[in-house]
Design a protein around this ligand. Structure first.
Ligand code: NI
Length: 167
């Protein structure tokens, strides 16, 4: 069973830059399995290792309706991006708040799979927004960073209020 917990804003560890994955072993497979378990249970559509306080370049995502298209990206790099979209994003590190974020519509990403094999993935629309959001986590960037100071303050106040109510 997963022993991981999801870091929540403003935990400073969410700002740590992740290091490349160099060892593809059973421990890594267990971490990926635990991250999927946490993501699906939350429920969420994406989770970066940074969010579970593991500072490795690794993310999981699944934006399919039936949660049956798991995607693992290890050491992801954006090769190309084009177009624009505005997508309403949430984040497991910001429970209960959502905001429109503008990102590229299409991205082409080079990454490695769980066994270390390289591949190239082209995604567009919501999945492209998700991949960009999760890749941001790996460099310590958060979706609220894209908002105006005013919008960000309002949203974070709302999150604090919800947190107090549920405490
Ligand atoms: Ni997030």
């Amino acid at each position: 069973m997963a022993k991981l917990t999801i870091l929540e804003y403003p935990d400073p560890r969410l700002r740590i830059t992740a290091q490349p994955v160099t060892v593809f072993n059973a421990e890594l497979k267990r971490l990926v399995a635990d991250m999927f378990e946490m993501m699906y249970a939350a429920p969420g559509v994406g989770l970066a290792a940074t969010q579970v306080d593991v500072h490795k370049q690794l993310l999981v995502a699944d934006m399919s309706e039936d949660s049956n298209q798991p995607l693992v990206l290890i050491n992801p790099r954006i090769l190309e991006k084009d177009g624009d979209q505005v997508f309403q994003e949430g984040c497991l590190s910001f429970p209960g708040i959502y905001a429109d974020v503008e990102r590229a519509l299409r991205v082409k990403v080079a990454a490695q799979d769980i066994d270390g094999n390289g591949f190239v993935l082209e995604v567009k629309g919501p999945l492209a927004a998700c991949v960009q959001h999760e890749m941001d986590h790996l460099v310590g960037k958060l979706f609220v960073d894209y908002l105006s100071a005013l919008k960000r303050t309002l949203l974070l106040k709302r999150m604090e209020k919800k947190r107090r109510q549920s405490a």
